[in-house]
Design a protein around this ligand. Sequence first.
Ligand code: HEC
Length: 97
Amino acid sequence: MKINIKIALILALAAGPASAQTADVSILASTCSGCHGANANGSGGIPGLRSQQQIYLADQLKAFKAGSRPATVMNRLAKGYTDEEIAGLAVHFSRLR
Ligand code: HEC
């Protein structure tokens, strides 16, 4: 599990700059699945994102980015995303059924 999280983190960070240019939400969202599960249902102790409220998801990502919500990895990850990308990710996961 520890190794998987490290690999996923590296992949997610590596995907950051490239996907920021394409701004394709489905590509951004695919980097989340290593930790949050292939169907975004959560895995291990990591919460699911699927079908959560759009506003809640966006608020959490902004809080991670701002450092106002304590976290282990999301505080570092969220810094790599613009507010527009965060909004897009929140829409994407809230619409997954
Ligand atoms: C390296 C593993 C990892 C990756 C990759 C990852 N997450 Fe997370 N995520 C976590 C963990 C662990 C938590 C619990 C908070 C913490 O400790 O950072 C979390 C929490 C969250 C939460 C809060 C959920 C809740 O119910 O409060 C949101 C929203 C979230 N992640 C969104 C994302 C999105 C969107 C992506 C892809 C851009 C992503 N995460 C990628 C590990 C990851």
